[in-house]
Design a protein around this ligand. Structure first.
Ligand SMILES: C[S@@+](CC[C@H](N)C(=O)[O-])C[C@H]1O[C@@H](n2cnc3c(N)ncnc32)[C@H](O)[C@@H]1O
Length: 534
């Protein structure tokens, strides 16, 4: 249904980031902030006032309620009107001191510090905010920090709220957690650590739909600011610990379940440069870190070839025949991750793709020498392929990026299992996969096979997942830099007997090509390898 400004309702909601907190979540968060009986409360993005509704349930007596002062911000006048309609009668009875500010919270001057702050901020990209430059300036003037424009708007809300929280005050935020694992999130993590207020991070597994109408990663942050904001370290005082907990359903949002699946990490061990998703996994998984090594210490990870026009460059058998292309211009290549069903990519698998008329090569125009090859280049030009962004920046436009084949591929996107493939045929791949290149000269082919085995194991995959980016709804993504930072088993430290056994399973995997049997082999390899890390 279009609104007055001609936007559909969903466009309008998206513009303002209007996704509402469900009752159990609002209740859980309200309980945290109300436990310390605050006198002043702030909701920086109030919407219809779901949190205030829950907060009112904690008010002991009407007479006491008069002492409570509540401030709420809402940027959208229509939403503010809805809020007033819902709350009008309650405001006059229970919340005498409710002040609704119909303005932008991020620009509003901080008038005071609050005993309690509770918030479900908008989740859009900061770059979509029209007044972003002014807001960035304000943040740098007020707090001396410059947050990246790539940050989610919710990060700006969180940072402002942390500064507006009174000593001893509590804060509950529900927000996306991309900032755990991204470079632009470092500044947010630094503020959280510097202020010493972070108590709990309750992360929803990416398969949990926390909001009915929004696909997003989601976590609840529970904060309590120390009474003394200047904290003296190393003087025998109790150090703050942060509880990391991952829950897999909304039903688990209760203290009993959270306590049973949580890990306490001393705040001083948290590092704003590290990927915080790994804290959810690594602590539980690894007791011996001596046998781990970061991928970047043994090699590098690089994305596959970007052609700038797969419809032209990616070739199937039928296209090669139809255009009579010579063998020299057809570079064997994997185009789609979905074409690779098997963990080992060899000539048998390639032949099957070829016979099934899948795209199995890319056109390498610089090797064109027959009339038909040259005609195919003209055909590309007639179809405007040379005018694309990538192709127009290449000379000649039909030259393929120079990338050598990588021995191991990891799919850029995955759900549940991360797709790891041993490229036995040593062919190229497009951007569906990143390639792992081993640069340590002391790494033998056997070591590469063992590293591949490790990346396939459930233990190796869990460790890898600490470095992923989540897109909500269970979709995970890796950038090459994420993989470079990941810890893997240093397979050179394995005992000779274990190496032999694991390699025997590898060979069986290569021989069967049956996915079910391969799963059994992977479990056996996991059994051999995981003892090296715990
Ligand atoms: C995600 S909704 C949450 C609403 C409510 N607190 C809840 O949890 O159901 C965020 C609300 O903040 C409002 N909002 C968006 N940007 C804002 C800003 N810069 N200042 C204040 N409110 C804002 C939106 O209009 C929306 O109503």
């Amino acid at each position: 249904m279009p609104n007055a400004a001609g936007r559909s309702e969903s466009e309008y909601k998206k513009e303002y980031g209007q996704f509402f907190t469900s009752r159990p979540v609002a209740e859980f968060m309200a309980k945290w902030v109300m436990e310390k009986q605050p006198k002043t409360i702030l909701d920086p993005a109030v919407g219809e006032g779901r949190f205030l509704w829950e907060i009112m349930k904690f008010l002991p007596l009407k007479s006491d309620a008069g002492e409570l002062s509540v401030a709420a911000y809402e940027i959208d006048p229509n939403m503010a009107e809805r809020f007033r309609n819902i709350f009008n009668s309650r405001i006059s009875h229970d919340l005498h001191q409710l002040k609704l500010c119909v303005e932008d919270y991020l620009k509003a001057e901080a008038k005071m510090q609050y005993d309690a702050i509770i918030c479900n901020p908008p989740y859009h990209k900061f770059q979509q905010i029209p007044d972003r430059e002014q807001i960035r300036r304000l943040f740098s003037e007020r707090y001396g920090i410059t947050l990246s424009g790539y940050c989610n708007a919710s990060s700006y809300f969180l940072v402002k709220s942390i500064y507006e929280l009174a000593p001893g005050g509590r804060c509950a935020y529900i927000m996306p957690y991309e900032f755990f694992n991204t470079g632009y999130g470092e500044a947010v993590k630094r503020v959280l650590l510097e202020q010493g207020a972070l108590k709990y991070i309750i992360k929803f597994d990416s398969s949990v739909r926390v909001f009915e109408d929004a696909l997003t990663t989601c976590c609840i942050l529970l904060l309590e600011k120390p009474m003394e904001n200047i904290r003296i370290k190393n003087c025998g005082m109790m150090e703050n610990t942060v509880i990391f907990s991952e829950i897999h359903s909304l039903e688990q949002l209760n203290w009993e379940d959270i306590a049973s699946i949580s890990k306490a990490i001393p705040e001083q061990r948290l590092d704003c440069h590290e990927k915080w998703l790994s804290y959810f996994l690594k602590e539980a998984l690894v007791t011996n870190t001596h046998n781990l090594i970061q991928l970047k210490k043994i090699g590098r990870v690089s994305r596959g070839i970007a052609t700038g026009g797969n419809q032209f460059f990616a070739l199937s058998r039928e296209m090669i025949c139809r255009h009579h292309l010579s063998g020299e211009v057809c570079l064997p290549c994997v185009v789609k991750a979905s074409d690779v069903k098997n963990v080992i990519f060899n000539e048998d698998v390639y032949r099957r793709l070829y016979e099934g008329n899948r795209k199995i090569a890319i056109f390498n125009g610089v090797c064109a020498h027959t009339e038909q090859d040259k005609a195919y280049i003209r055909y590309g030009e007639e179809n405007g392929i040379h005018e694309g962004y990538l192709t127009s920046h290449r000379s000649p436009w039909y030259a393929i990026e120079k990338k050598t084949p990588a021995p191991i591929w990891i799919a850029v996107f995955s759900r549940n299992r991360i797709k790891v493939v041993r490229n036995e045929m040593m062919i190229r791949t497009l951007t569906a996969f990143h390639g792992i290149y081993i640069e340590d000269a002391a790494f033998s082919t056997e070591d590469i096979n063992l590293l591949f085995c490790w990346l396939l194991t459930p233990t190796g995959q869990k460790l890898l997942k600490g470095n992923k980016r989540e897109y909500g709804d269970g979709l995970d993504k890796f950038e090459p830099g994420d993989l470079m930072e990941a810890d893997v088993l240093d397979v050179r430290k394995m005992k000779s007997r274990d190496r032999t056994d694991a390699l025997a399973y590898y060979q069986k995997m290569a021989d069967t090509l049956d996915p079910d049997l391969q799963q059994d082999m992977i479990c056996s390899i996991d059994h051999i390898m995981k003892k090296y890390i715990n």
